[in-house]
Write a protein that binds this ligand. Structure first.
Ligand SMILES: Nc1ncnc2c1ncn2[C@@H]1O[C@H](COP(=O)(O)OP(=O)(O)O)[C@@H](O)[C@H]1O
Ligand SMILES: N[C@@H](CCC(=O)OP(=O)(O)O)C(=O)O
Length: 369
């Protein structure tokens, strides 16, 4: 955590909701908010993934829903209570909360993904703490995450975080469920999530009552995060100032990621996307890209194919030589309009203010010469 540039912190319902008081665990949340403020003072971006809407809504409505639509109704009531709690906790530190509600669909469709990513970046640029939860009111079984551990991993991927912190009621991964097996050993460092490691975790803890995850979903989340170049820490949220405790050396489990977020993102672009079109560039643009710059509209000579914003496109030089592949910030018909033009002219040509580049350098993978 002391090295991370961008941290996603996930808080489960059982930590945020005080079941005895049937209300937000306000003092604990205030201590977590102080930790978040401290991380931000250190120059780190923080994204929160917070459960608790269903639990809070149940309390307010005084019902124990079992049908999906009743849980969704509880979430609708509880989500505003949840955001209010975050606003109140962050305000003493001069911080604002910004609500982001996602379904699995939003993180699987590329255009929505890019929009979500842009919003997240804009919130962080404005100094806001994004507070992410599942969009429970519209999520049906097919498009639900169901637990916020995996949602948190997707948020980490969306935000290109380098650390995901899953705060739980247990201080990390053990060789077996420590509630059931007194001989279970704590594992401080997991270099790779092998099948043996994955088999150590069991599913949801029926006793806990609120929350849906269990250790198995935490490891599933850590796997998603690792593939996006993000390490995961599983730590106890049962103490006040839980992030400070981890920084001070409290027992926790660290699951490493094999690459950096940017390298993982570029591998994904290079490997898993079939290009939907092509751009021919002039010699100046080729030289600029080789020097590590983004692609400006002025360097695009020709567009082919019918691709949308966020789709991958092949890039070729003026002589037809293959240059690489990248994700387009604009659709093919828009690039046809703005190609060869200066970035200043884009707004009047397109009728809205979009990105100043056709392909951002982070979204670009060049072939070796
Ligand atoms: N191998 C394991 N190591 C640690 N905890 C485990 C393991 N297998 C199962 N568990 C259980 O997972 C629980 C954590 O999951 P859960 O209660 O869903 O957390 P949260 O509500 O914080 O998401 C622990 O309290 C523990 O009983
Ligand atoms: N979106 C739901 C949370 C789902 C859930 O319980 O997740 P978790 O606490 O990770 O087991 C809510 O806000 O109540």
């Amino acid at each position: 955590m002391a090295q991370a540039r961008r941290v996603v912190v996930k808080i489960g319902s059982s930590l945020l909701f005080d079941a005895d008081q049937r209300a937000v665990a306000a003092d604990w949340l205030a201590s977590l908010a102080a930790d978040i403020a401290e991380l931000r003072r250190q120059g780190r971006d923080v994204i929160v993934v917070s459960s608790g809407a269903v639990a809070l809504g149940r309390g307010r409505l005084n019902l124990s829903p079992s049908r999906l639509q009743d849980k969704q109704a509880a979430a609708a009531v509880g989500q505003s209570l949840l955001m209010h709690a975050w606003e109140e906790a962050l305000a003493p530190h001069g911080l604002m909360a910004g609500q982001i509600l996602l379904t699995r669909d939003d993180t699987e469709r590329r255009r929505r993904w890019l929009n979500g990513r842009a919003t997240l970046e804009a919130l962080l640029a404005h100094g806001v703490v994004p507070v992410v939860n599942e969009n429970d009111t519209v999520a049906t079984e097919e498009i639900r995450y169901g637990d916020n551990d995996r949602l948190a991993a997707r948020a980490a991927q969306l935000g290109r975080a380098d650390l995901l912190v899953l705060l739980s009621d247990v201080d990390g991964l053990y060789t077996a469920d420590p509630r059931r097996d007194p001989d279970a050993r704590h594992l401080p460092l997991i270099e790779r999530l092998t099948p043996d490691v994955l088999a150590m975790a069991s599913g949801a803890n029926a006793q806990a009552g609120v929350g849906t995850g269990g250790m198995a979903t935490k490891l599933a989340a850590a796997q998603i995060a690792a593939s996006a170049g993000c390490a995961t820490v599983i730590a106890s949220g049962l103490t006040d100032y839980p992030l400070r405790a981890v920084l001070d050396g409290a027992r926790a489990s660290l699951i490493l990621a094999p690459a950096t977020p940017l390298a993982a993102w570029k591998q994904w672009i290079a490997g898993s996307v079939a290009p939907g079109g092509a751009l021919t560039l002039d010699a100046g643009a080729v030289a600029a890209l080789r020097a590590g710059k983004s692609l400006l509209p002025s360097g695009v000579v020709a567009v082919s194919g019918d691709f949308g914003k966020g789709d991958s496109v092949r890039l070729t030089g003026p002589d037809g030589a293959r240059l690489g592949v990248g994700l387009a910030s604009y659709a093919a018909d828009e690039i046809a309009l703005i190609r060869g033009r200066h970035s200043d002219a884009l707004e009047s040509l397109l009728g809205y203010r979009g990105p100043s580049v056709v392909i951002h350098r982070d979204d670009l993978v060049l072939e070796d010469r």
